[in-house]
Design a protein around this ligand. Structure first.
Ligand code: ZN
Length: 319
């Protein structure tokens, strides 16, 4: 059972279909809930998915095309209705503060929300939480757009057999973790002697964009990469013109960035009739790793960290 998983609320680009709602993604990460790009209908999709408005602790909007933000008024008003007691960060491209303000106040409601606006001007850190940093990178779309990634700092995993060998138990373990060394009997034990490196997990979220440096930077070493894949190979010219990725390009981003799991979403309505598997196939050809074709209301666990995978990733020469 994972306490880190992606709840897929919608997977359609531009126009929703019978089977796909507009975009919407809630990343459950321990006690945090990060809502990405709430398109139209997100409030109701959350109901179907069994997640409440009070689960939301941060909101990230990549850009202000409707399929990525028209659900924001409903979600905010639902949060107010439910009297969500905690403050919520809202990240969005600073260039379109005016659009955010309109969505924020799109209709009249009893506004008891404590929103902390984090307009994003440039690449870099946006939110520093206790357990992770949230960073943004510019994307290449037809309007100002930023992708996001969540980076958990590297830590150390305590090794029970080593602790036992040194006779370290109870509160001494916490003391050693905190201070890095501990006097045990007649010797000093260093943290490195009883633990091993544990790589922090990373989650990347890339929406509407052409191939660009920002996309690769976001995906770097991601355990889970959620990436738009609006089109198949045959529509590559359309993708370039309108600032989108093909599924194969999404696969390339995952491959060249050393991502572990690629989640494809944001599909054109032209793939409604079951030919969407084509997109997964084309991405898989470029990636070589596991590809998940997202469907509405899927719950996709963030891959658990295991030593073998960490070694492989580190050997892969992440920069
Ligand atoms: Zn767009």
């Amino acid at each position: 059972m994972s306490s880190r998983e992606l709840v897929v609320l919608g997977t359609a680009s531009q126009a929703p279909t019978r089977r796909r709602n507009h975009n919407g993604y809630l990343l459950l990460w321990d006690d945090e809930g990060l809502l990405f790009d709430p398109g139209e209908g997100t409030q109701r999709q959350m109901l179907f998915a069994g997640v409440t408005a009070s689960r939301i602790t941060r909101i990230c909007i990549t850009h202000f095309h409707g399929d990525h933000c028209l659900g924001l008024p409903g979600v905010l008003q639902r949060m107010a209705l439910d009297r969500v007691p905690h403050g919520v960060d809202v990240c969005y491209p600073a260039q379109h503060r005016d659009v955010f303000a309109r969505l924020r106040h799109a209709s009249l409601f009893h506004d008891v929300l404590e929103l902390r606006e984090r307009p994003v001007e440039t690449a870099g850190p946006v939110v520093q939480a206790a357990e992770f940093a949230l960073e943004a990178q510019p994307l290449s779309h037809s309007v100002a757009a930023f992708g996001y990634r969540l980076v958990e700092p590297d830590g150390r995993r305590m090794l029970p057999d080593r602790l036992a060998a040194f006779g370290i138990t109870g509160p001494d373990i916490g003391r050693l973790q905190h201070e890095g060394r501990l006097v045990s009997g007649d010797r000093v034990v260093a943290l490195e002697e009883v633990s091993e490196p544990r790589r922090g997990q990373r989650f990347a979220f890339i929406m509407d964009t052409r191939l660009c440096d920002g996309a690769f930077a976001l995906a770097d070493g991601a355990d889970m990469l959620v990436c738009e894949s609006t089109f198949a190979d045959t529509e590559a010219a359309l993708a370039q013109e309108y600032g989108h990725l093909t599924a194969r390009q999404a696969g390339r981003v995952a491959a060249e960035s050393g991502a572990r799991l690629l989640v494809l979403t944001h599909f054109s309505q032209r793939y409604e009739r079951g030919d969407e598997q084509l997109l997964a196939d084309q991405a898989a050809e470029a990636f070589g790793g596991p590809v998940v074709l997202a469907h509405d209301l899927d719950r996709i666990p963030v891959p658990s960290r295991h030593p073998a995978a960490e070694d492989a990733t580190e050997a892969g020469g992440r920069g």
